[in-house]
Design a protein. Sequence first.
Length: 227
Amino acid sequence: YWLHTGYLTIHGEKMSKSLGNIIPLREAVKKWGAEVLRLWLLSAHYRTQLDYSDEVLEQAKSNLRRLKMVVEDLRKIIKSNTPPAKVTDKEMKIVTMVEKTYMEFHEAMSNDFNTAKALAAVMELVRIVNRDIVPSEMYVAAIRAYKVFEDFNQVFGVLDDVMYGVAKLEHEKFIEELVDLIVRVRGKLRKRKLYDIADEIRAELRKLGIQLYDYPGGKTVWRLERT
């Protein structure tokens, strides 16, 4: 269960029945979803004032989307690669950075349940994954980062659907393989400098909610953008 003992305001004003600005919990859950509300609660220390507004809830929604996409990216790397014979110095440096965020998370939680600081450490890990692990498909770093997100979710419980949702259904696997194929074909078109067609493919996939990210060296990563 979750408990917040600081003042709750709405758009900077005190929330109270007399002012008629109370938002029933059921309505808030219906509008934002339980996971978004939980992440919003975690973004502030439990003894501090917390403001309810569309802006801060949209930010929580955006952060949750980023967290889920990163977990899915790590799963893809782990699934499509094998352990290297030797871990490079560059990857070991990234693993050390991952460990640092893990320690910061636990130190924050041990210091008066400072969820705001703990969440900041997790979002720093998101940046590390997107900047370093995904572009280079670092298998060992991906394994460690995924474990950190598992531990984070054991405490905060906002990633259950992507962590434990159920094994992918056959049609989901088919769609994933189909998009992989389209990305490979697009990569060949780009090598032949047929950029107009490659850009058209990117635009059409975007309409379907699939975003392509091109990295130096010709590597492309795709993500299903969550709403």
